[in-house]
Write a protein that binds this ligand. Structure first.
Ligand SMILES: Nc1ncnc2c1ncn2[C@@H]1O[C@H](COP(=O)(O)OP(=O)(O)OP(=O)(O)O)[C@@H](O)[C@H]1O
Ligand SMILES: NC(=O)c1ccc[n+]([C@@H]2O[C@H](COP(=O)(O)O)[C@@H](O)[C@H]2O)c1
Length: 340
């Protein structure tokens, strides 16, 4: 079997981007190439929309600029600002599908895989500028966009009300996930405890990061606030940018475009909206029914703030409370079990 061509797409806040955000891609690419059944033809970072409303989230104009600076030294990871240029927060499945469809369109409109290289070069996408290269031509297989994430993001699938079951099924079943292990999360155990993830296990690649380093954006923001050094933890140009714009300092004002309770309602209405998602052109989803998960995720952190539930949610929907915690994570508490 010829190796599958893969684009790794990582969603997140990048508030600010740390060395580990970029390193995730390197670790994942090495691993996939070593397995021998994938060729990674590109890496894409998609920063989340301002209306995601996470605590201390600075404007996407800053986060995009910091990512551009951090990526200057990479020749294969690129920024896609599509998500943050949308009118509101976009579910991750939609983000994956948009990028998959763009690639499929570009490949198809340039006459397929094996001919018309120049036409394909003209179709190069800003976040995938190597469509017309020999590397991409080397095998005649479609390009698959996979979600690249840390173990904590995988575990967020188990937060009641945060992800739609059918989204998880399509993210894992249609696209596939590459998960980098992270301190504090246990991806293998999480998959074992989920019937649905176990079912799609052949599309989940767990990559153990042996050179462990638990940098997080939260810790970097804390260091800035306290005036501590962040040298060797984030890119120097990114550090310079943060200092020159006075981001994350103890006096920094977070000009949130929306209030926290608005952000909860925006996420909820996006999750409950019946608006159809553009379908991928190549792969059709497997419509197997989600299976029941038997265990609620454990949490021992106390909520800081509770926002009212939007009235627009129907009676039959789970009652959901959104809480924004001290460390900036958004926690959604539902009165129903998740079906991951
Ligand atoms: N140290 C790390 N190891 C593995 N994955 C990481 C690491 N840091 C971030 N990631 C992953 O990068 C993606 C984007 O993460 P995000 O922007 O939320 O960063 P974060 O450091 O977790 O942020 P915060 O501390 O603000 O919650 C997620 O998939 C996350 O799991
Ligand atoms: N239902 C969904 O599609 C869903 C839910 C929660 C978070 N997400 C995404 O996961 C990422 C999480 O980022 P943070 O770890 O910074 O919160 C963001 O890109 C966010 O958009 C997607």
């Amino acid at each position: 079997m010829p190796p599958a061509k893969v684009v790794l797409l990582a969603c997140g806040s990048y508030n600010p981007p740390t060395n580990l955000h970029f390193r995730m891609f390197e670790v994942a690419r090495d691993h996939l190439h070593r397995l021998g059944n994938h060729i990674v033809v590109g890496g894409v970072i998609s920063p989340v929309h301002d209306k995601y409303g996470k605590k201390e989230l600075v404007a996407s104009t800053h986060r995009v600029k910091m990512l551009q600076l951090g990526l200057e030294t990479s020749n294969w990871i690129h920024l896609s600002d599509w998500e943050c240029n949308q009118p509101g927060w976009t579910r991750t499945l939609e983000v994956l599908r948009y990028h998959q469809n763009q690639i499929n369109d570009a490949m198809q409109s340039s006459g397929g895989e094996s001919n018309n290289k120049r036409a394909r070069q003209e179709k190069n996408l800003p976040w995938l500028p190597n469509l017309g290269t020999d590397e991409v031509d080397s095998v005649n297989t479609p390009i698959q966009v996979k979600l690249l994430c840390g173990g904590d993001l995988l575990e967020s699938f188990g937060t009641p009300g945060l992800w739609r079951d059918e989204d998880i099924k399509c993210v894992v079943g249609d696209h596939g996930i590459v998960v980098i292990t992270r301190a504090g999360s246990d991806a293998c155990k999480f998959i074992y405890e989920s019937d649905m993830l176990t079912k799609y296990m052949n599309n989940i690649t767990i990559v153990t990061e042996w050179i462990t380093n638990d940098i997080s954006s939260t810790k970097i923001r804390r260091a800035f606030r306290r005036g501590d050094s962040v040298k060797y933890l984030i890119n120097e140009a990114v550090e310079q940018y943060i200092r020159s714009h006075g981001l994350y300092s103890s006096t920094a004002k977070y000009e949130s475009v929306i209030s926290k309770s608005d952000s909860s309602e925006i996420m909820l209405s996006a999750l409950n909206s019946s608006a159809s998602i553009p379908k991928m052109i190549i792969t059709e989803p497997d419509h197997a029914e989600p299976e029941q998960r038997t265990k609620k995720p454990k949490t021992n952190r106390r909520p800081k703030k509770v926002s009212p539930v939007s009235n627009e949610i129907e009676e039959s929907e789970p009652k959901v409370k959104i809480e924004i915690r001290d460390n900036g994570t958004i926690e959604v508490i539902s009165d129903k079990e998740t079906t991951v």
